[in-house]
Ligand binder design. Structure first.
Ligand code: NAD
Length: 499
């Protein structure tokens, strides 16, 4: 059994707490490694190393820091296959999807190559008589990030790339479900020229997270994961005086208008609803067709597409549409929610409950499900399922569909399918959700825009990546400066003629 380590001050360090978590291969159900769960003392060792290394890194000119990012991008590309394989083996997602996970993180690193431009300050010449005023963006110091299992490459890079480009040291506490890729990323950053102690990976669970929240030296916390944990970390982190941003769960609605291209909408729902086994915070988990005719036709188009989905292990390469979910517990939770849907009266028109994959009976595979005629009081509608389950809630009118999405407690992403620009524009303007797709099912913003939901999907003032990240990971200092007259008046500069 492989025993994983922490990555502290440039070295692989064994866990000393005596506590471990199992890391599964979700396709086979086998435990493939044990990951150490850090205690407060282990976290403190990493924090001390980070605090010792950070001032010199912050004093390194931004262009040199950006060159590390440049080299890191090249190394990510060189190691794409190795990273994707390790990611799929622990997460379960297909290989092309795993490469997409790395790629979307890589794009944030590319954006961070522009750090010298993004970190430039402001200057006012002669703000008063003989007075200049300027502001500069300075690194916070030691920052920390806590990341979820579902994007073990992209989300750590969303956080550590801008944090480090700004001159901070960063401690990453990745998900204990799939910790190997984050460790590989830290190794590659050092190969790219990052000094030891600037990016460290401390594995763990709640105890390690609490050690971060309560550590005086840590200045900021970034979190992505489920909403209850996001609320907990945001509340306690803020009351400890830290800068905190926490991103939570989702229930993303796609509204399908009667004028939409229904084949296009059905194809979009398949990818957005079932891709990565539904384990994406931007997955579409609710379809809201407007009008009976739209709903009937949409369901008719969805059923054969869902029934022909290919579910299998990542080792089948491009030959599978989605893989297993991450753990047996996640699978049990999804199937439990499906039962509530049946019990509460939704119509299960595609039933994946008996799904079994020959040769992989112990894997955490979940067959695809489609519910029709769900209503807004049902658990399958109110709760995040995070599995391959699409829930159709029929609406009579556009206003009713809009109201459904607006009243839901989550506000991460949403989409509308229509051919009418006026409807699309109205939707984009009125909806209280952070990321909106118009005939685009998973509207994940690119690296140079920012990512973030509204309502119970995000806590804090700034989004992730893009310009917001450079605000989150720096503090502004404004200097007002006046120089008393000096050498300019008192000095003797004239070449005097000899009298
Ligand atoms: P999770 O909340 O279980 O875990 C996230 C992190 O919190 C992990 O590092 C975990 O170790 C830690 N953690 C778990 N329990 C904790 C506790 N009691 N106290 C302190 N820390 C704890 O989430 P997950 O299952 O890894 O990820 C799936 C969730 O993340 C879904 O809800 C999904 O919607 C959400 N997510 C949101 C976004 C976004 O940007 N909004 C992106 C990806 C995933």
């Amino acid at each position: 059994m492989q025993e994983l380590t922490h990555y502290i001050n440039g070295a692989h360090v064994k866990g000393t707490s005596g506590r471990f978590a199992d890391v599964y291969n979700p396709a086979t159900g086998e435990v493939q490694a044990k990951v150490p769960l850090a205690n407060h003392a282990e976290m403190d060792i990493a924090v001390q190393a980070a605090a010792a290394a950070q001032p010199a890194w912050a004093a390194t000119n931004p262009q040199r820091r950006a060159r590390v990012m440049m080299k890191f991008v090249a190394l990510l590309n060189d190691n794409m296959d190795r990273l994707s394989e390790a990611l799929s083996r622990e997460h379960g997602k297909t290989l092309p999807d795993a490469a997409g996970d790395v790629q979307r993180g890589l794009e944030v690193v590319e954006y961070c190559v522009g750090a010298p431009e993004l970190l430039k300050g402001d200057f006012t010449d002669s703000a008063g008589p003989g007075i200049d005023m300027y502001s500069m963006k300075q690194a916070l110091g030691v920052c920390a990030g806590i990341t979820p299992f579902n994007f073990p490459a992209m989300i750590p890079m969303w956080m550590f790339a801008p944090a480090i480009a700004c001159g901070n040291a960063f401690i990453l506490k990745p998900s204990e479900r799939d910790p190997s890729v984050p460790m590989m990323l830290a190794e590659l950053m050092e190969q790219a020229g990052l000094p030891k102690g600037i990016l460290q990976v401390v594995n763990g669970d709640k105890e390690a997270v609490d050690a971060i929240i309560d550590h005086d030296v840590i200045q900021s916390i970034g979190f992505v994961g489920s909403t209850p944990i996001a609320e907990y970390i945001y509340g306690r982190g803020c009351s400890n005086g830290k800068r905190v941003q926490c991103f939570g769960g989702a229930k993303n609605h796609m509204i399908i208008m009667p004028d939409a291209d229904l084949d296009q909408a059905a194809d979009a729902l398949i990818g957005a609803g079932y891709g990565a086994a539904g384990e994406r915070c931007m997955a579409i988990s609710v379809a809201v067709p407007v009008g009976k005719d739209t709903a009937d036709k949409l369901i008719e188009k969805l059923i054969p597409r869902i029934e022909s989905l290919k579910v299998g292990p990542y080792t089948s390469g491009n030959d599978v549409d989605y893989g297993p979910v991450v753990t047996a517990a996640a699978k049990a939770n999804i199937l439990k929610l499906v039962e509530t849907g049946v019990d509460q009266g939704a119509e299960l028109v595609v039933d994946g409950r008996d799904f079994n994959l020959q040769g992989y009976e112990d894997g955490f595979f979940v067959g695809p499900h489609l519910f029709d005629h769900a209503t807004k009081d049902m658990d399958i509608y109110t709760k995040e399922i995070f599995g391959p389950v699409l829930v159709c809630v029929r609406a009579q009118t556009y206003e009713e569909a809009l109201g459904l999405a607006m009243d839901h407690e989550y506000g991460n992403g949403t989409a509308i399918y229509t051919r009418d620009g006026d409807t699309a524009r109205d939707f984009a303007n009125r909806i209280n959700i952070g990321m909106v797709g118009i005939n685009v099912p998973i509207p994940v913003p690119l690296a140079y825009h920012t990512f973030g939901g509204w309502k119970k999907s995000a806590f804090g003032d700034l989004n992730q990546h893009g310009p917001d990240a450079f605000k989150f990971y720096t503090r502004t200092k404004t200097i007002t400066s006046r120089w008393p007259s000096g050498i300019r008046q008192g000095g003797e500069f004239n070449f005097k003629a000899m009298d």
